[in-house]
Structures are given as structure tokens and as C-alpha cells.
Design a protein around this ligand. Structure first.
Ligand SMILES: *Cc1c(COP(=O)(O)O)cnc(C)c1O
Length: 368
């Protein structure tokens, strides 16, 4: 008797033979492969979350606030402080991770017969989001050093006229933030077709000093959306809270596609408690940036070629055999990321101790 198989099912044609998203979830001493904050949640924040979740538990017999008004106000206040842009609750939308927020955007503005464009190497989920809403996916191009110029991005948008364009800044996996002139040029090009422009700022809080956020461009730009997440800087990857800021009419559009009560009362309570402790959590962001800059400096000394990073990770090249280096690190208990670019790997900046272990192991590999 043969085992029942997935291939026996009447699956949608375009899903046959596809693989699900699958970064390895291995349990090793240093897990530096998915850009989480490796510091545990500070204990006073844990206490605050537990208290808010306990209070929410008393009314779990009722559906949660469908409009998550308290959370939106807190997110607007936080983003205004963080970016210097003045944002209101009506401009905020949230979901279970920026993954879901992105899905809402594509359900509203892409969908069947429409197209989504991003610029690889970039976040590997973008083509999957497009597939999930039956949209076609257009892979734009970058310069050989993986940077993007204003003129080139605008020209590619004018050529393809996609319905949704996703810029990732700081870009995953390369780590570098875009100059706002690139976003402005992309927006001008987007206005010439029926195009919404998304800037994914999942790593926004880690940008280098003096680098402005695309949030500062929102005023007067109805077709611009900036997405953020609590998964990285807020050390809340397990809490699943992603969000965006845009014109109020954009958030109205997203109400048309969300499932009712998509944000549980537990999620809303946990996110609100974390936002009340934003300043405390951002202290770890500063520590992580120090380790990030240290990794860039030390890899350069080792003769490798790290890319400038505005994120909580470093993308580096100069390896003769990236797969072998990756395995050497794993044998030492350090899990980093192979991103499918020859001679390159990506490492998350963790605690000082984790960073030291990573650098020592890599140096031993290079000396072998
Ligand atoms: C990690 C990451 C996200 C966050 O996804 P969540 O669903 O919010 O956890 C979004 N965009 C990029 C580019 C990322 O690397």
C-alpha cells in the first residue's frame, strides 16, 4: 500500500511542486539566521505583556476591537516619535506580521490579472505574496553591487507599469537603505500608471544615523505605503504584529479585504504593552547596531567584503565556498543564512558574546 501523498490532491495548478517558505528552525547555541533580536524580552516588558494579556483574557468571550483603535493610536505615536513625521491613527493599519499586512495590500491593489514588482536579491517572500493573490510577478534588476539608482528604478517602473512595486529599505538580504531620492523617483514613475508603491522598512529602526525614513515622504503622496514590523526592533517576532502607515483612504481600502477580527485581543494587548516600553526595547537596538558595525569592521579586516548595513544583519562576500563556510559555522553551533548568492552569506547581529563566537569561528575557518 502506498502512503497518501500531497500530489494525490486536486491542488491549484500553480502550487504543484512548489516549496513552502522554510528558513531552517534548528536549535543551536547561536541562532543568527532569521534576523530576530537575540536578546530575550526584558523582564519588565514580559511582566507588562502578561498583565495586559491577563486583562484581555477576562473578555475573551467577546470579539476583539475590529478597528484596534488603541493599538493604532500607540503605533501612530511611536512612528511619529521614531521618524519625525506627524502620523495619525487613521493612517495606521496592522496585521499578524507584516506578512499579513502585505497580503492585505496585494489583495486590495494587485490580485488576478495584475502584477507585482520587486528587485532581487530582496526579501524572498515577495514573489510568494504575489502568487498567493494570483498576481504575476516581475523581477526588476539592480546594479552588480546590488545598489539601486533613482533613474534606473524609475525607468524599470515606467517600462513594466506594475500595479504594485515593493522597495525594501534597508534591503534584505543586502542590508543597505535607499536614499529617499530613489523612493521619490519611484513614486513619480508610479504616478504615471495605476501603481501603488510600498517601501518595506522592516529594519527601519536599525538605519544609520542621519538616514531618514520614507515615512517622512507620506504627506501628499496618496499612493505610497510604508510597512514596518514589531518582529525585529521590538523583539516580538513571536507576537506577530506588522503594520503600515499610508494615507487614510489606503487604510479604508484595506478594510475591504481583511477578515473580520483578524487581530486577536491577545495580540492587541501584547503589542500595546510592548509599545508602552518602546524606549526600553530600543536600548537593545542600540547594542545590536554596535555589534553590526563591529561585524562590518572585523570582516573587512579578515579580507572579506561586507556590504554597508542599515539593518540588524550583515551581508558579506569574498568567500570561495559559502556552503562550506556555512557548515563550518554550524558545526561550531552558529546558524547563519545562505541566501543563494555565490560567495556570500548573511549573519544576524546578536549579542556581543554571539558576535564574538561568530567572528572567531569564521576566522578559524579562513585560517584552516
Ligand atoms: C523579517 C522581515 C519582515 C517581517 O515579517 P513579519 O511577518 O512582520 O515577521 C518583513 N520584511 C522583511 C524584508 C523582513 O526581512
Amino acid at each position: 500500500m502506498t502512503e497518501p501523498q500531497l500530489t494525490d490532491l486536486p491542488l491549484r495548478e500553480e502550487l504543484r511542486g512548489q516549496e513552502p517558505y522554510g528558513a531552517p528552525q534548528l536549535s543551536v547555541p547561536a541562532m543568527l539566521n532569521v534576523n530576530e533580536t537575540t536578546y530575550q524580552v526584558p523582564s519588565d516588558v514580559v511582566d507588562a505583556i502578561a498583565k495586559e494579556v491577563r486583562a484581555a483574557a477576562e473578555t475573551l468571550n467577546r470579539y476583539p476591537d475590529r478597528e484596534f483603535a488603541t493599538l493604532r493610536t500607540k503605533l501612530a505615536d511611536y512612528l511619529s516619535r521614531e521618524s519625525g513625521a506627524l502620523l495619525t491613527a487613521e493612517q495606521i493599519w496592522a496585521g499578524n506580521g507584516s506578512n499579513e499586512v502585505m497580503q492585505h495590500i496585494l489583495q486590495a491593489f494587485a490580485g488576478p490579472g495584475r502584477s507585482v514588482m520587486s528587485f532581487p536579491p530582496t526579501y524572498s517572500m515577495y514573489p510568494l505574496y504575489a502568487r498567493g493573490v494570483y498576481s504575476s510577478y516581475i523581477a526588476g534588476t539592480r546594479s552588480p553591487d546590488f545598489t539601486q539608482s533613482a533613474a534606473d528604478v524609475a525607468a524599470q517602473i515606467r517600462q513594466h507599469r506594475p500595479h504594485v512595486v515593493i522597495l525594501c529599505s534597508p534591503n534584505n538580504p543586502t542590508g543597505t537603505a535607499l536614499d529617499l531620492e530613489v523612493v521619490e523617483a519611484a513614486y513619480q514613475a508610479a504616478l504615471e500608471s495605476e501603481t501603488m508603491l510600498i517601501v518595506d522598512e522592516a529594519y527601519g529602526e536599525f538605519r544609520q544615523p542621519g538616514t531618514p525614513s520614507a515615512l517622512t515622504l507620506l504627506e501628499g503622496r496618496q499612493r505610497l505605503i510604508v510597512t514596518r514590523t514589531m518582529s525585529k526592533a521590538f523583539a516580538l517576532a513571536g507576537g506577530r504584529l506588522g503594520y503600515l502607515a499610508a494615507a487614510p483612504e489606503v487604510t479604508d481600502a484595506l478594510r475591504l479585504v481583511r477578515l473580520p477580527y483578524h487581530l486577536s485581543a491577545v495580540t492587541q494587548a501584547a503589542a500595546c504593552a510592548a509599545l508602552d516600553h518602546a524606549e526600553h526595547l530600543m536600548a537593545n537596538v542600540e547594542r545590536i547596531k554596535v555589534q553590526r558595525d563591529r561585524i562590518v569592521a572585523e570582516l573587512t579586516t579578515m579580507g572579506l567584503t561586507p556590504h554597508p548595513s542599515d539593518a540588524n544583519f550583515v551581508f558579506f562576500g569574498g568567500l570561495e565556498n559559502a556552503a562550506e563556510a556555512w557548515q563550518h559555522l554550524l558545526d561550531d553551533g552558529i546558524l547563519i543564512r545562505e541566501v543563494g548568492i555565490e560567495g556570500h552569506l548573511r549573519v544576524t547581529a546578536g549579542t556581543e558574546a554571539e558576535t564574538t563566537e561568530f567572528l572567531n569561528s569564521l576566522q578559524n575557518y579562513l585560517n584552516r
